[in-house]
Write a protein that binds this ligand. Sequence first.
Ligand SMILES: [Zn+2]
Length: 536
Amino acid sequence: MKLADLDLRDLFDFSPEGGVMRFAGERALILDAVALGLVRRTLIETLGIRGARGVLTQFGYAHGHRTAMTLKSAFPWDSDRDWRVAGGRLHRLQGIVLPEPVPGSREFVEDIWRDSYEAEQHLMHVGRSDTPVCWSQVGFASGYLTYANGREIYCVETRCRAMGDAVCHMICRPREAWGDELDEHLPFYAKSALESALAHAAAELKRTERRLRTRKQQLATYRVEPEDGGLTARSPAMRKVLDLAERLARVDSTVLVTGESGVGKERVARFIHERSERSERAMIAINCGALPETLLESELFGNIKGAFTGATQDRPGLFEAASGGTLFLDEIGEVTPTMQVKLLRALQEHEIRRVGENTTRKVDVRVIAATNRNLTEEVRAGRFREDLYYRLRVIELEVPPLRARRDDILPLARALLASAAQRVKAKVTGFTPKAVEHLLRYPWPGNVRELENAIERATVLATGTRIDAGELPAEVASSVATRWVQGDERTLADVEKDYILAVLEAEGGSRTRAAAKLGIGQATLYRKLAAYGAKA
Ligand SMILES: [Zn+2]
């Protein structure tokens, strides 16, 4: 990589929640410049100007030295030259100073410094100075260049904003090129003492990091509750569901989980299973709607050899396989009347019969069923057995759709992003404000599953470290404000008008495209616009 590729978004590694942040791989802190200025004043007050200058020069030197070391190993540099001068760019990225090389300079390095934070703080807390004061910055440059070039390079500031100059100015030369001029500056580096201190600090740091790593691994092994992005519950609606689920985990009755497609019914079932007495054994899930009746029957109950063509051996079904654990029957509303009878018997008698077998077998399974259908309606229409319905819904748990728990969208999206990024090894850490706006605005008819797919896709497509609106699926990125806020009831005609005008705007005023997107004819669109008084 090249010098210009050094970018804050790659260098700065942080979680939106805060915690440990890293800059170029090393732990970094965000400190207030004024607070640092106060430390500076205290140093001057307690150690005198020369003492304070020594401390800050050495602090800068150590920082520069370590930075050069980290940068060398952290990035694949195209040329050594780029790496050798990267320190200046880094200082700029850290907000310390804005360095600019002096054009045509014949010095080893010669820079103008604009907006030096150090000069600014010195002026603020100590006042105007007769000599340059950007001590830690000069120290940083010396430390960086010395390590990067493998020889002693010293930088000297010749003009400084704290002295009343418009900008700071510094020159760096190899030690031998300075001659006597360097003598007055050298004591502040106290090099011999510093190097052994640095070596000691580096070794100590390595030991500490090793200890932390081991500790982290141990913690990961012991973690019993894996973070489940799909169950993020910040909203009151979802909190209520999980509270109830928590209580259901303590009893062994059948549970019916209802809710729209994609709301995460299986996740809720797993939540219950993992907190139940049965968590030592497996939870087995099957989608009853995906299999034809005969296949579903042998899948659930098993079969004996020769029961049907292809049944070459005795085989236990899922009721037996889940013994001691939980069986999750998804899309229970799809099973045929014949299967309904067989399921009812299994639930009532706690026994099953393998296909082709005459004897029954006892099973010890907790059943959690799920459906996105309204089973009351299905019962009323005669498509679902009433007795099975009552057997299943001993307790019913309704998972709300994502649009009814908007508070969960963002935390969910972030959790899903983190796991998607880890899966596809992408360095994507967040969303741009524009993307957030669309995520919150879109009604998510496909619920958590749709959100999950959208995030996965965007993570793969993302070019930066944050997902932008354009990387979200088209329907999400083009979603327009239709968010309904309680207490803001409007008539349907008003909502329609707002929506149509918003789509028109999103389509850059093109009525052809707007009509296509709205799924109405152009004549209809013209008529509606005319009624709104929009100009043709
Ligand atoms: Zn300065």
